[in-house]
Design a binder for this molecule. Structure first.
Ligand SMILES: Cc1cc2nc3c(=O)[nH]c(=O)nc-3n(C[C@H](O)[C@H](O)[C@H](O)COP(=O)(O)O)c2cc1C
Length: 442
């Protein structure tokens, strides 16, 4: 059988577990031939019997010959079962997507459930579940996101009268759990990931998304902000700059907040509060960041959330990134297109950085954004104004940036300075500092 990735033991961020830790592995693979209901039942019977003995829980999703499986349990047991699975001739191209240790299980009580569309429930009773169409679609589009997508198959606990998140996460007794999980995520998963995968390109798809960003989003909605901030600062250590948490952790956590809202797990207000908590963390981390030498020649950048957009996280991340690169962007919050036009006609601006929400897709805002960009170009003193757009919709929907009339789409704040310089070079002549700016960025 061919393996698309290194073995589990060789994963660079495979964590060493301590007693009581739950070892979790998520992988994907492809069935060598389509499996019938009977084939799947045989597979599941063996799996459940052995998982029961080994203390392993999880879920396996089967969709058009693709398997995605979440396995969790004691490290030794998970290793043994994973060894058998890797040698199983019913599937091939096995790729481990994540492997980490944590203090909690995600699928307690499921000694292995099958998630498959159209499976006959009469045959399976409670061992099968119908995965939501949206999860299947997302898995087909973004198979590497399987860890956070499979996690959604386990419903969060619901208590009468309260939102599930408020019930499961809010309140004092959970404070220590929250901190310990957050500490665990950062110490064992995020920090090693940063050391091993320093991202080079400013493209969201090249950045290793932390598989537990979704879990962080859940914690952010109701967690103890003061404790989590001091923890982030403590764990970041001396060598890792706070801004290197933007792409792998904060941006996907913001999208996960939007997903929680989409799945009715929290309200819009809770999403906005969660984003504010990320913003606060970003600002405080920024206060500790060493700034590059301030460049004497740099583009004039105006950073604004699109008029009408309440969420400011993208603007904050871009502004922090540029500031730490030694740039001095101007951040404003114009409420209307006219107010934005006034800013652009009052002084020379090379780059307009316009953003929509980092959490929501904001499809309804695109017509308005098109008009905003048109008016901004008309009002600008700079006839070759470079317009850069950012936000969740531009990360996930191909072609939207061009459709609204932008010059560049920024999928992440990581290296946004380089995108701007590159864009200024290609947008045309007449920019008053293109050459020097390129030198300044190197
Ligand atoms: C996609 C897939 C998922 C599987 N999941 C499990 C599992 O969760 N637990 C398990 O014991 N076996 C699982 N199996 C079956 C194992 O590969 C293996 O057949 C079984 O554990 C018996 O192991 P043995 O032949 O080494 O005794 C799975 C097989 C496939 C193809």
């Amino acid at each position: 059988m061919a393996f698309a990735s290194s073995s589990v033991a060789e994963r660079p961020f495979a964590p060493a577990t301590t007693a009581g830790d739950v070892s979790t592995i998520v992988y994907r693979s492809r069935a060598v031939a389509p499996l019938s209901d009977q084939d799947l039942q045989r597979l599941m019977r063996t799996a459940q019997a052995r998982n029961g003995r080994e203390g392993i829980t999880g879920v396996v999703l089967y969709d058009e010959r693709q398997f995605f499986q979440w396995l969790e349990g004691p490290e030794e047991g998970v290793k043994r079962v994973m060894g058998s699975i890797q040698n199983d001739r019913r599937h091939t191209d096995l790729e481990v997507l994540t492997h980490y240790a944590s203090p909690t299980r995600r699928f307690s009580g499921w000694d292995m459930k099958l998630a498959a569309r159209g499976a006959n429930p009469a045959l399976w009773q409670s061992d099968v579940l119908e995965p939501p169409r949206a999860i299947i679609d997302d898995l087909r589009r973004r198979p590497a996101s399987a860890p956070s997508l499979l996690a959604k198959l386990m419903p969060l606990p619901v208590a009468a009268g309260d939102s599930p998140l408020a019930t499961s996460l809010a309140g004092k007794p959970l404070g220590n759990t929250t901190v310990s999980i957050l500490k665990d995520v950062l110490l064992k998963t995020v920090i090693p990931l940063l050391h091993h995968h320093e991202p080079a390109a400013a493209d969201a798809e090249d950045v290793p998304v932390n598989p537990r960003a979704a879990e962080l989003a859940e914690l952010l909605v109701a967690s103890d902000q003061a404790a989590s901030l001091s923890l982030i600062r403590e764990l970041r250590g001396k060598d890792v700059e706070g801004r290197h948490l933007f792409a792998p952790l904060f941006e996907p956590a913001a999208r996960a907040l939007g997903d929680l809202w989409g799945d009715d797990f929290c309200s819009e207000v809770e999403v906005t509060l969660g984003l504010c908590r990320i913003q606060t963390a970003v600002r405080l981390l920024g206060a500790d960041t060493r700034r590059s030498v301030v460049s004497s020649v740099q583009p004039k950048v105006l950073i604004v959330p699109a008029p009408g957009e309440l969420h400011q996280l993208v603007a904050v991340l871009d502004s922090e990134w540029l500031w730490s690169e030694g740039w001095s962007p101007q951040s404003e919050f114009p409420a209307t297109d006219r107010a934005l036009g006034d800013l652009l006609s009052a002084s020379w601006i090379d780059v307009l950085d316009l953003s929509l929400s980092a959490a929501f897709r904001r499809k309804d805002s695109l017509v308005r954004l098109t008009e905003t960009i048109k008016q901004a170009r008309r009002a600008s003193l700079n006839p070759a104004l470079l317009v850069l757009v950012g936000g969740r919709t531009f990360v996930e929907v191909e072609g939207v940036g061009t459709a609204v009339g932008a010059d560049i789409v920024s999928r992440t704040s990581l290296n946004v300075d380089r995108y701007m310089v590159q864009g200024m070079k290609t947008v045309g002549e007449g920019l008053h500092c293109t050459e020097q700016c390129e030198d300044a960025v190197g």
